[in-house]
Design a protein around this ligand. Structure first.
Ligand code: C5P
Length: 230
């Protein structure tokens, strides 16, 4: 089986409070983007990779990835548009399944990617890496200028959605295009498939597969990186 991979990397990373987009920040001597690309393209089942970059991205050319075996595609205004731009270039006959992974998750493990792929192929439908929620969860409600607890949400069935997410290429492309046309907010691939009424498998992944979002996440990522390489 030849699997296509898409890495959306066209974000600007506002929450990082730095000038450089977060995927270009360093982690153990390489950019976060290089780690993410390497971990996905190194997987033995991944046969081709599409990387969505901002049209005016001045940083990519300075990385070793510029000489790598990957297809560049222009990013869109939001993550979902970057992903759709890439999906539209993929031949679904040659690559019936696609793996989508955030550029901002440099710590994903090979074993988790394998578990996700195998779990989905066995089930016959797509799925995502996810990790169970551990904290007690509250729904809040703004009341007289304060945030009050409206209720406690059952934690048992709650999961953090991670990436990669793995779906049949053609189905995902259609689900995203149709959801966008219907004005639905799409924050990950699974939400488009859910909207289209398709089943989505939850495959438990390691919680160290964090998304670099805030400055402190870099320190945490460096720690996890070290732990993975002990
Ligand atoms: O901002 P956030 O962390 O949710 O972004 C998740 C991923 O989507 C990042 O890898 C980012 O580069 C990418 N992205 C994109 N195009 C956008 C916005 C975000 O490819 N317009």
């Amino acid at each position: 089986l030849a699997i296509a991979a898409v890495i959306p990397a066209a974000g600007v990373g506002k929450r990082m409070q730095v000038a450089v987009p977060k995927q270009y920040l360093p982690l153990n001597g390489k950019t976060i983007l290089e780690h993410s690309v390497q971990r996905i393209s190194q997987h033995p089942l991944v046969a081709a990779l599409w990387l969505a970059l901002d049209k005016t991205d001045p940083y990519f050319a300075g990385t070793p990835l510029v000489n790598g075996a990957l297809q560049r595609v222009d990013g869109g205004s939001e993550r979902v548009h970057s992903v759709l731009n890439a999906l539209q270039l993929i031949d679904a006959t040659a690559y019936p399944w696609v793996l989508v992974h955030d550029a901002a998750r440099p710590l994903v493990r090979q074993a988790d990617i394998t578990n996700l792929i195998n779990g989905c192929l066995q089930a016959g439908y797509g799925g995502i890496l996810a990790s169970p929620v551990r904290d007690t969860m509250k729904r809040g409600q703004a009341t007289a200028g304060r945030n009050l607890v409206a209720e406690t949400v059952e934690r048992e069935q709650l999961w953090h959605a991670l990436t990669p997410q793995f779906f049949p290429t053609q189905q995902l492309r259609e689900a995203i295009a149709q959801a966008l046309a219907a004005g639905v907010t799409i924050t990950d691939e699974a939400s488009a498939m859910e909207w289209a009424g398709q089943p989505v498998l939850l495959v438990e992944g390691q919680a160290d597969n964090i998304k670099i979002t805030r400055p402190a996440d870099l320190t945490l990522a460096a720690y996890f990186f070290e732990q993975q390489h002990l």
